[in-house]
Each structure stands twice: as structure tokens, then as C-alpha cells.
Design a binder for this molecule. Sequence first.
Ligand SMILES: [Zn+2]
Length: 186
Amino acid sequence: MKLELMSILFPKSIDMEGIGTSKSHDAITASDVQTILSYKKLKEEEVNLILAKYFDDNSARTWLLKYIKSRTLEQSEVFISEQAVNPNFILTFEEHSSLAMCLWLETLLHACPTCNGVGIIKLSGYITNGIIKCEDCVAGVYVWSDKVRQRISGLNKDKYEKAKSFYNQIIDDINDIETNALEKIQ
Ligand SMILES: [Zn+2]
């Protein structure tokens, strides 16, 4: 995906053969990408999401965490608004923060950390020597199940069940930002 984006954004300057050898696109910085994305009339949130997701840009990733926290705060005891998606459940300050962290990771983390995005795990030992399929992902892409989200967010089962629709709403909104951004880039 990053390579596709790079070749769309920098059709002439990119040396496709050099990619992965570290000599090629060192010269292209996040700020170059940002400039091109602004030419394409992407909004600030769209630019930041693309930079955070596909260009590992730290300040864009910080922006994304702040955006997500502002959303989870809407449902917290600190600031429970009339527009709350689900007024029947309220997050404590700590829960809002850890739910935001989980959402942030889900947005950014695609390669499975268990198998390093390979999809298989090599076992060593006299009896178990061999290769098994990784159970946390599909072909290296991490599977964000309810179980994983609940574990990472640290919410108890009851609270997580109540948080689900709210959580999915934020994921959908982030996906919408990305879809709009990619449509402008194509
Ligand atoms: Zn895996």
C-alpha cells in the first residue's frame, strides 16, 4: 500500500528497483508527502491519517492519538455530552485513555506482532521441530477480535460489551477519513 501511494504521489522521481535497498526513497521525507497531499486538497485530518498509517510519521501518529482521545473523551465521566453515542455507559478517565490506546493500535498495527507478519511460527526442539500457522493473524495481518480488543483495552467484559458500538463507530469514522483521502489521491 505504501509503495502504491508512493508511486501515485511521486510517479517520476521514484526508483521502483531501489525500494527496499534503503538507497531509494530516503530523499523523500514526510514533509514532501505532506506538501503533495495538500496539493491534492486533502484536509488536515486526511493528511495526518495517511502519514500516520503509511509513512510512520511520528507527529501524525501523535495527532491521531489526540484525535482518538478527543473521541473517547466524549463518552467519559470527564465530559459526557448529550451527543454521546451510548449514554448508558460511561468510561472512567483511565478507561477512556486505554480504550483510545487500543483504537490507536488497531488503526496503526496491521502486521501481526506474534509472528512478525509472516503468518507462521517456527518451532524448535526435539519433538516440536517444525512450522505451525500463527493463530493471531490471517497471512500475517493481525486479527482484531473482540477478545483482543478487550484484552488490550483492559476493560472488563461487561464494560467492553457496552463499549462495542461506540468503539466500532470510531473505527468507522477513521475508515471514512481514510477512504475520502484515498479517493482524492487516486
Ligand atoms: Zn501472526
